[in-house]
Design a protein around this ligand. Structure first.
Ligand code: GUN
Length: 285
């Protein structure tokens, strides 16, 4: 079964739109997400456009601030400070990657954690690992929603996560652990990776290499979550980290690329923006 993130995201966005439609009357305004894009990296431009489109669908106010790639770190930090202090802004997202002359860690740490809709701020990362109230990162949150929607049981299962990035691999591992899976974090230097991967009831792949996971690495009946966003070196088309055609007949469920995890990431960004808006009003957390 192919799990459509696109369909689930559309349905969740409809529910959020109905919720947001009540906010003007209840709170006097709708949530406001501000996205900052530095430079003109085509992938970043496309991601930012997707975030703006989803905001419109949900009824969230979206402001996209575009800055030239030559902006200084100091100017960017000042902009973030202004947004932190602006009571009309509920969510702040700095699109990554940033130009090399800007320290990303410094920028992420400058965002008010209560407005950090990406869940990248060290205070939110700590909250996840310590099981304290926090903003959860969008892609890992979306993956858990997809698994639950597909009826995949997580508790007691062996989950193998290939990839250990701060954005996906590590946080999704912790969320799976919170759901009582037994989690192995593997990576490109794991010995006998194929064997480790074959032990997975749930296999999450976030390694950023086209067709990195082949059919022999997947156990019959496994649930496969493909987080990759790559260009196929032959066709030039968007593709994931798994050999989808060969694995699909073997897997109990698998996410396609595009149309799997990607739409769920944006959907969870909308959810995080609403959660930050409500938390400011003492309604959650
Ligand atoms: N660049 C690629 N993915 C992301 C993301 O989830 N958030 C931000 N801010 N930048 C990204």
């Amino acid at each position: 079964m192919v799990i459509s993130g696109k369909e689930l995201a559309a349905s969740l966005k409809r529910d959020m739109a109905a919720q947001v439609a009540t906010f003007e009357e209840k709170y006097g305004r709708v949530p406001h997400l501000t996205v900052v894009l530095v430079g003109d990296n085509p992938a970043s431009v496309s991601y930012v456009t997707g975030k703006s489109k989803a905001s419109a669908e949900v009824g969230i106010k979206n402001t996209t601030i575009r800055k030239d790639a030559s902006i200084s770190e100091e100017e960017l930090l000042q902009l973030i400070d202004n947004l932190n202090n602006d009571n009309s802004v509920d969510g702040i997202l700095i699109q990554l990657p940033l130009p090399a002359h800007i320290d990303e860690n410094k920028v992420i740490a400058a965002i008010n954690p209560a407005k950090d809709v990406d869940g990248f701020h060290p205070a939110n990362v700590a909250g996840l690992w310590l099981k304290q109230p926090c903003v959860l990162p969008c892609t890992p949150k979306g993956i858990i929603k997809l698994l639950k929607k597909a009826g995949v049981e997580i508790a007691g299962k062996n989950a193998v996560v290939i990839g250990r990035s701060n954005i996906v691999g590590l946080p999704v591992s912790k969320l799976l652990l919170n759901e009582n899976a037994t989690v192995t974090i593997a990576h490109s230097r794991t010995h006998n990776l194929a064997e480790v991967a074959r032990s997975a009831d749930i296999l999450v792949v976030a390694i950023g290499k086209p067709r990195f996971v082949t059919a022999d690495m997947v156990k019959e009946g496994a649930a496969v979550i493909d987080v990759g966003v790559n260009r196929d070196p032959e066709s030039g088309r968007l593709c994931g980290d798994t050999d989808f055609a060969a694995i699909e007949p073997k897997a109990s469920v698998i996410t396609p690329v595009p149309g799997g995890v990607g739409p769920m990431t944006i959907c969870c960004l909308m959810e995080n923006t609403i959660e930050c808006f409500l938390a400011q009003r003492g309604k959650i957390r």
